[in-house]
Ligand binder design. Structure first.
Ligand code: PCA
Length: 324
C-alpha cells in the first residue's frame, strides 16, 4: 500500500513538474502607482494573457517602480533580468531620439490625432526598439500635459529660476527655455521632491498630479495640452521570439485589447482628474494668452531640434502624420 501511495505521489509530482515546465512566470515591473490607470490596465493585461494563452504565460505585475525603478525598467527588459515591463517611451529619447515622437509640442493634442501620430510612427519606432532587443506589445497615452506651479504664472517672467521637475530631456529643455532649473525625478518620487523643495513646478497630466496629491505642495495647474505622451509595454525580443505562434497570438490579442481599453480610460479620466485637483483646492485654468504664445514658440523650436536629431525617419513620421 505504501509503495502504491509513493508511486502515485511521484506521478502527481511528475505531472506538476511537466505542467510548470510548460508554463512561464513573468514578472512585469511598471513605473507608476498601483492605482494609476496604466497599472490597473497592466493587471487586466496579465489576466487576459493568462486567459488567451491557457495559463501558459503567468504575468505578475509590480507597479510603482517596486521591482525596478522607472529609470531601470528598460535595461532590465533589454538584458532579460525581467522578461516584460512598462515604461514612459519618451524617457528613452536621450538614447534614441526617435522615441521622442510623442513629445512634440502642439502637434497632436487630441486622442484621435495622437492615434494618427502613433500610426505614422509605429513601424519606425518598432524598428528602433528591435535594435534595443525589445518588442512593444501595446502603448497607452497619458492625458494632455500642462504645468503645475505654486504661484500664478502669466508669462516666462514668472518662471525664472523656478526649480522644475522634468521627466525626460525634452521637458528639461522646455524648462530651460522658460528660465527654469530642471531636475529629472521619477513620478514615484515626485511627492518627496516637492516636499523637500528639490522641485517646485513640473509638467504632467492631471493624472500624475492626482496620484501624487500635489495639492499638498502646489497651487496652480495650467492646462496646455501640449502633447499626450505614451507608456508602452515591452517584452525582451529573445523571450518573445522563443514563444510558439499560438502563444504569441494570445499575448498579442491581450495587448491589442488592453491598449485600446487603456487609451479609452485615459480619455475618460482626463477631465475627472482636473475636477479632483480643483476639489482639493488647486486653481485649474487654461494657460493665459501670453504664456501660451511663449510655449508655442518654444514648442516649434523643440520640434525643429527633434527633427535634427531624429533625422529622416523623424521627418517621415511628421510628413506621414500631416498627410493623413
Ligand atoms: N505622467 C507621467 C508622464 C506623463 C504624465 O502625464 C509623469 O509625470 O511622470
Amino acid at each position: 500500500m505504501k509503495k502504491i501511495l509513493s508511486i502515485l505521489a511521484s506521478g502527481v509530482a511528475g505531472m506538476t513538474i511537466a505542467s510548470s515546465a510548460m508554463a512561464e512566470d513573468w514578472d512585469m515591473p511598471m513605473a507608476y502607482s498601483a492605482t494609476n490607470f496604466h497599472s490597473e490596465k497592466g493587471v487586466e493585461f496579465a489576466d487576459k494573457v493568462r486567459k488567451y494563452t491557457n495559463g501558459k504565460i503567468n504575468i505578475t505585475v509590480h507597479p510603482g517602480g517596486s521591482l525596478f525603478k522607472g529609470g531601470e525598467i528598460k535595461r532590465a527588459v533589454q538584458t532579460g533580468q525581467a522578461p516584460i515591463g512598462e515604461r514612459f517611451m519618451s524617457a528613452h529619447a536621450n538614447e534614441v531620439p526617435l522615441l521622442g515622437w510623442d513629445n512634440l509640442p502642439f502637434i497632436a493634442t487630441t486622442y484621435e490625432d495622437n492615434d494618427k501620430l502613433w500610426a505614422a510612427a509605429k513601424d519606425k519606432v518598432n524598428a528602433a526598439l528591435s535594435d534595443l532587443n525589445l518588442v512593444a506589445l501595446y502603448t497607452c497615452p497619458w492625458p494632455g500635459q500642462g504645468f503645475y506651479f505654486k504661484k500664478p504664472v502669466t508669462s516666462s517672467s514668472d518662471t525664472k529660476g523656478v526649480k522644475f521637475r522634468s521627466y525626460n530631456t525634452a521637458t528639461a529643455t522646455f524648462a530651460e527655455e522658460l528660465g527654469m532649473i530642471p531636475v529629472q525625478v521619477e513620478a514615484a518620487e515626485l511627492s518627496q521632491a516637492l516636499a523637500t523643495g528639490v522641485a517646485e513646478a513640473f509638467i504632467s497630466s492631471g493624472s500624475t498630479g492626482y496620484d501624487r496629491k500635489v495639492w499638498e505642495h502646489l497651487t496652480h495647474y495650467y492646462k496646455v495640452n501640449a502633447w499626450l505622451p505614451r507608456n508602452y509595454v515591452m517584452v525582451n525580443k529573445g523571450v518573445w521570439e522563443a514563444l510558439d505562434d499560438a502563444t504569441k497570438a494570445g499575448v498579442q490579442k491581450a495587448a491589442d485589447e488592453t491598449g485600446a481599453a487603456c487609451s479609452a480610460k485615459s480619455a475618460e479620466l482626463a477631465s475627472w482628474y482636473f475636477e479632483q485637483l480643483a476639489k482639493n483646492g488647486m486653481k485649474v485654468e487654461d494657460a493665459g494668452p501670453d504664456f501660451l504664445k511663449e510655449l508655442q514658440s518654444i514648442g516649434s523650436k523643440m520640434t525643429a531640434d527633434w527633427l535634427k536629431t531624429a533625422g529622416a525617419d523623424g521627418q517621415a513620421i511628421l510628413d506621414a502624420y500631416k498627410a493623413n
